[in-house]
Write a protein that binds this ligand. Structure first.
Ligand SMILES: Cc1ncc(COP(=O)(O)O)c(C=O)c1O
Length: 394
């Protein structure tokens, strides 16, 4: 249970309410408790070994043997800055695969650092077609291709394995960058097996930690590209030149300083990572639990005669559901009625359909700890809300 959330497209609840937004998600008591750890020195041996564990466990989550994690105070957006500042030199080409709002922002960030950006836009609710990616890769030399694994604005899930395979086949030197802010720990990611060079994420969604930590894993291939760049790095705080020695030191369980790490958040992240990698539910079962919860929510949506934003279930995220309001009803009919039942959901975000849909998050403890009954509560509240809203219009 949480107190007072501010959510785009909804009203602020005044009492305890269950958060069912696609991040920040509710976190376990153990994580909250760890977040309340005294703010010890970032140079202390205890903190250094906790940080080192976090680096190692982060690799496990994305199935990477030797990728380089960067854990830096900041939000998911800092991952875009890291990629733009370290891997793409001014004037180089980037191809952004667009399934919603967050690709526009990534493209904007890349352009800010001087990249030339091409976007391939999928229709709303769809994913970018492989034939379009292939022809773009054949017609231009791209330093990176970016793909949003789950676009939080549409709930669309992209097949990053297929994108990785395609890029490797058609343009082997191009780096594959995955925005996994809304997918890490709720969708399977196999960085090494799928030929992915960078996974960007953040603490506040599937990783079940309060917001404020930028988490990125770069393949050794990406690190080589960074090391061989011809021009200076175009950021100070986001520079891997600064952070690589820091991550290296912490991984050896000793400390080094460039900028103060978010000490408490690292303890919280550590507690969550331990639950995810060593808890009673394995990582594989965690992904299955997300699929099962997602299936239940989407089945309810279908039974209620509503339509999801993703055009088909095979490209729908498992950690969230984006749902069109039914004909004749809008946000003011649905969101306050859900709030009355202590369910906080998110409004629309994709500019073209912003007022036409809403979003429900089902990630982390909400789905893994079935005893909480969160999914049942959301499903029942949705059914009651729809019945009440429809009745009020007749
Ligand atoms: C897919 C995706 N990418 C990037 C971001 C940006 O992350 P942050 O808001 O933590 O900066 C978000 C935020 O929700 C997201 O959903």
């Amino acid at each position: 249970m949480i107190l007072g959330w501010s959510v785009a497209g909804s009203t602020q609840p005044s009492t305890d309410a269950s958060s069912s937004i696609p991040g920040p998600i509710e976190v376990s008591d153990e994580v909250l408790y760890a977040n309340a750890h005294p703010s010890v020195s970032h140079m202390s041996p205890d903190f250094a070994s906790v940080f080192g564990d976090c680096i190692r466990m982060t690799r496990q989550i994305v199935h990477s043997k030797d990728g380089q994690p960067f854990l830096i105070a900041g939000s998911g957006t800092l991952g875009w800055d890291q990629v733009s500042a370290n891997l793409v030199e001014p004037g180089e080409n980037a191809l952004v695969l667009h399934c919603g709002y967050f690709a526009d922002s990534f493209a904007d960030c890349l352009q800010t650092y001087g990249a030339r950006v091409d976007q391939i836009k999928a229709e709303i609710g769809g994913t970018v077609k492989e034939s379009a990616i292939e022809s773009a890769l054949k017609s231009n030399k791209y330093k990176i291709v970016t793909v949003t694994h789950v676009d939080t604005s549409t709930g669309v899930l992209s097949n990053i394995q297929a994108v990785g395979d395609l890029v490797r086949k058609v343009s082997p030197d191009t780096l594959v960058v995955v925005d996994g802010v809304c997918s890490v720990a709720s969708e399977e990611i196999r960085m090494d097996d799928w030929g992915i060079d960078v996974v960007i994420t953040a603490s506040q969604k599937g990783l079940g930690t309060p917001p404020g930590l930028s988490i990125l894993v770069a393949s050794q291939r990406a690190i080589k590209v960074f090391e061989n760049r011809a021009t200076p790095i175009t950021s100070y705080y986001a520079s891997w030149k600064k952070w690589l020695p820091i991550m290296g030191a912490y991984e050896k369980n000793s400390a080094a300083y460039f900028a103060t790490p978010p000490v408490n958040l690292i303890y919280a992240y550590h507690a969550s990572l331990r639950q995810i990698t060593q808890g009673r539910v394995s990582l594989e079962d965690r992904f299955k639990a997300h699929k099962e919860a997602s299936r239940r929510v989407k089945k309810t949506v279908e039974d209620l005669g509503l339509k999801c934003v993703p055009l088909s279930e095979d490209i729908a995220a498992n950690g969230m559901t984006a749902i069109y309001f039914p004909d004749g009803l809008g946000a003011s009919d649905i969101i306050p009625r859900l709030l009355k039942r202590d369910i906080v959901i998110a409004g629309g975000l994709h500019a073209s359909i912003k007022d036409k849909y809403f979003r429900i998050g089902h990630m982390g403890i909400t789905v893994v700890d079935s005893e909480r009954g969160d999914i049942d509560r959301v499903i029942n509240a949705l059914k009651e809300t729809l019945a009440e809203a429809r009745a009020s219009r007749t």
